[in-house]
Design a protein around this ligand. Sequence first.
Ligand code: NAD
Ligand code: ADP
Length: 267
Amino acid sequence: MRFQDRVALITGAGSGIGRATARRLAAEGARLALVDWSGDGLEDTVAAIRQDSAGTAGADDTLWTGIIDVSDEAAVERCVSDVIKAFGRIDVLCNNAGISGGHLPVTEQSTSEWQRVLGVNLAGPMLMIKNVAPHMQAQGGGAIVNTASVAGIRSGAGGNAYSASKAGLINLTMTTACDLGSYSIRVNAVCPGLIETGMTRPVFEYARSNDKEHKLGSRCELRRYGRPEEIAAAIAFLASDDASYITGQALPVDGGNTASLNMPGMK
Ligand code: NAD
Ligand code: ADP
């Protein structure tokens, strides 16, 4: 119960890794502010948390939901102020909402799509941190965990806007850790490898319908793709006091994918 009496705000909580993180933190006692631009997704997450706890957690005073676009500055400001009205504090911020955008080479990249991906994946976390950190400063501390990607460390997984946004998010993690360290606010990132979620559904559907299922995760040293719960476990660790001396770091949770050169003929 590492999050007993703590309030966590999770973006992208309506699906995949964000939903798994919400369930994990709820199971460890957190009160939750769940944010997504999909109201249906949030409803399913709330239902899952209620089912997990069999009625012992997830009552209305422990779960708050907000339907916003994290790249909309005015909406983020309103959202954070509403969460503070509801709970009085924010101990944990998980910037997890993200979009993959089109998988196009730079010569085919539209400027508007580039700005949309950077807006959600990079400006979104910045806006959330900008609005949440003052409350953490006033409280005397907090923990922020950003969901970056292995695509921000290497490239080739996702389009060029996606990789650039996640590389930017890794540096934003370091920069904000420097800005906020003296206030006892820790900022870290997880870098998931290939995980089966809404975002990667097309990848999985394509592989399964083209006799390529064996290729999913085949470049990972663990020889498999990952589950949302395996990312949620790492996010929960970084958000908890177990990681009390860790800040400014980006932790790959990728089955060994980024550790490896994946040399042909070596497997
Ligand atoms: P997902 O599509 O299942 O979940 C993303 C959630 O974020 C969705 O519920 C979506 O509605 C929400 N969202 C997207 N844009 C939003 C916005 N502007 N405002 C509010 N909510 C928004 O995908 P996922 O894989 O669970 O993605 C979670 C994070 O993990 C993303 O940041 C993604 O880039 C990252 N990631 C995923 C993988 C993977 O293989 N699935 C790998 C590396 C990183
Ligand atoms: P292979 O590249 O041999 O088909 P992999 O298991 O390495 O097999 O990757 C499967 C696919 O998943 C790749 O096409 C890769 O681009 C894609 N992929 C990996 N990570 C992501 C991600 N974060 N978002 C979208 N697609 C991804």
